[in-house]
Design a protein around this ligand. Structure first.
Ligand code: FES
Ligand code: FES
Length: 185
């Protein structure tokens, strides 16, 4: 029987599910990650977004076997970090949430963007969330929320940097760890 092993929100996990099972089904039904939403089921809406090795993917069109040995992060894993919570706070401050169905996927897209682009401009934000559909908001307030999240993260990084540098070797180690993981959350 085939075993698929991967890292889920920082923990080593394995499953006996068939490698062709959709990733979304394994995440929701076997691991209880119900923040991964199913909208279209066809790779169009982004509600099922997760991070696979720091890249955003649609888990409804990804076979389980494709994540063997990979790192998967769900909305739950992102929301458990201070950085993830700050994204939620920024959305709330911007008034970006209406029905909320798209929001976990939006948060994954926002996290993916901010890991790679610290201070994105509006065009970069709109591109980053272009794979995530929202039927309620018209996107302007979500864009504002992402801008606020980026500003908060940049401010946090600025205030955290002196602490890391104060410990000999810490800055280099932190940078190496960030490069290895693609995140310091
Ligand atoms: S449910 Fe996966 S893209 Fe819509
Ligand atoms: S807030 Fe309702 S779909 Fe986006």
């Amino acid at each position: 029987m085939h075993i698929t092993r991967f890292t889920l929100n920082g923990k080593e996990v394995h499953t006996h599910a068939h490698p062709l099972t959709r990733l979304i089904d394994v995440l929701r039904e076997e691991f209880g990650m119900t923040g991964v939403k199913e909208g279209c089921g066809e790779g169009e809406c982004g509600a099922c977004s997760v991070l696979k090795d720091n890249m955003i993917v649609n888990s409804c069109i990804m076979a389980l076997g494709m994540v063997d040995g990979c790192s998967i992060e769900t909305p739950e894993g992102i929301a458990a970090t201070a950085r993830g919570r700050a994204i939620g706070d920024a959305y709330a401050e911007a008034g970006a949430v209406q029905c909320g169905f798209c929001m976990t996927g939006m948060a994954v897209a926002t996290e993916a963007l901010l890991r790679h682009t610290a201070r994105p401009d509006e065009a970069e934000i709109r591109t980053a969330i272009s794979g995530n559909l929202c039927r309620c908001t018209g996107y302007a307030l979500i864009v504002e929320g992402v801008k606020r999240a980026a500003a908060a993260r940049a401010q946090g990084a600025a205030t955290e940097a002196p602490r890391a540098a104060a410990v000999p070797g810490a800055e280099t180690a932190a940078r190496r760890e960030t490069a290895a993981k693609g995140t310091d959350s």
